[in-house]
Design a protein around this ligand. Structure first.
Ligand SMILES: [Zn+2]
Length: 345
């Protein structure tokens, strides 16, 4: 029996959401797509048509006033949503497409038409709040995909793993009291946005369904993979998700200009491989990867390349043109032990 293909969602409209000189610019995906094409991976994956998310699906999380605010700002030619988050004349449409792409991949994977998949769209989503853009994010792509999987695809339990170097504060806030969508965030701590302390584990019925893994500056491959094996895997086994979504930012790479972590491209590839194996163990391989941050162009493009290969089961072919991080990795065993106690793992 042949496995269904790995699928991807991409639409070139994302190139029009751009601000030259801004770190979150269209060269991130431009270079990534060119590399995937060059390596023959676009041909090896199943392409999905992308449609904008519909308003009822968007309103599951975002307030109508906020959605109107984005639409009007774009219609007026664009502008700044906060001190660092921009909108162009097309950003409303692009953000609708980025959320729609996340849902398209989710639908293909949940239906079994695809084995797993990736959305390579922008703007990213994990900082977006119900009524506020934040951290280059406009709509909460991963959270919207999780909500759609529950409301439209019959799933009950979804796990979101966020290994972007920044805390996924938007995703956390949306599901903080919700025991049906579990959230795990790896992030440099302290670092912007400042949330994501290890004691923050959810509230009310959601208590215990959020796990923050605050990494000290300089933590690298060993720390990330140890945390996966000792924290993420047992947490996920207890939760028994029916789908795993990954908010995949590549800004924990040691070359990234916005953070000070020591993860390598090989480390990212091993994380992606572990996520695939976890999905295969727990939820028939249902794994959906969404692009979040990552601001070193080589790190983000090769990061996505290796992630795609991991999704396809080709992790032997890891490419790491940037090599290992200089210096010694920061030790995290005490932090991991503390989290094991807090979460009873
Ligand atoms: Zn980030």
């Amino acid at each position: 029996m042949t496995l269904p293909p790995t699928c991807y969602a991409y639409d070139p409209i994302e190139q029009t959401h751009n601000m030259p000189g801004h770190v979150e610019n269209n060269r991130r995906t431009g270079k990534t797509m060119a590399l995937l094409e060059k390596r023959g991976l676009l041909d090896a994956m199943h392409p999905l048509p992308v449609e904008p998310i519909d308003l009822p699906a968007l309103h599951r999380i975002h307030t109508p006033d906020y959605v109107q605010h984005i639409r009007r700002l774009a219609a007026a030619g664009g502008g700044m949503l906060d001190f660092e988050t921009y909108a162009t004349a097309t950003s409303y449409d692009v953000a609708l497409m980025a959320a729609g792409a996340a849902i398209a991949v989710t639908r293909a994977v949940v239906s079994g038409r695809a084995r797993n998949g990736i959305s390579i769209m922008r703007p990213p989503g994990h900082h977006a709040l119900p009524a506020q853009a934040m951290g280059f994010c406009i709509f909460a792509n991963a959270a919207l995909a999780a909500k759609a999987a529950q409301a439209e695809m019959g799933l009950e339990r979804i796990l979101i793993i966020d290994w972007d170097v920044h805390h996924g504060n938007g995703t956390e806030a949306i599901f903080y009291e919700d025991p049906t969508v579990a959230f795990i965030s790896y992030h440099q701590y302290p670092l912007w946005p400042g949330t994501g302390a290890l004691e923050d584990i959810g509230r009310g019925l959601g208590t215990g369904y959020t796990m923050n893994i605050p990494m000290p500056m300089g933590a690298g491959d060993t720390a990330y993979l140890r945390a996966f094996d000792l924290l993420v895997v047992p947490f996920a086994r207890r939760f028994q998700p029916q789908l795993i979504l990954v908010s995949s930012g590549y800004d924990a790479h040691w070359q990234d200009p916005l953070a000070q972590m020591a993860l390598t491209l090989n480390g990212y590839a091993q994380l992606a491989r572990r996520a695939r194996l976890l999905a295969e163990e727990l939820c028939q391989g249902r794994l959906v990867v969404l692009l979040e941050g990552g601001y070193h162009l080589t790190a983000v493009s090769y990061g996505v390349l290796n992630t795609v290969r991991a999704l396809m089961g080709q992790e032997d072919a890891v490419e790491d043109p940037l090599g290992p991080a200089p210096g010694r990795e920061t030790e995290v065993e005490n932090m991991i032990a503390h989290l094991q106690r807090i979460h009873r793992l």
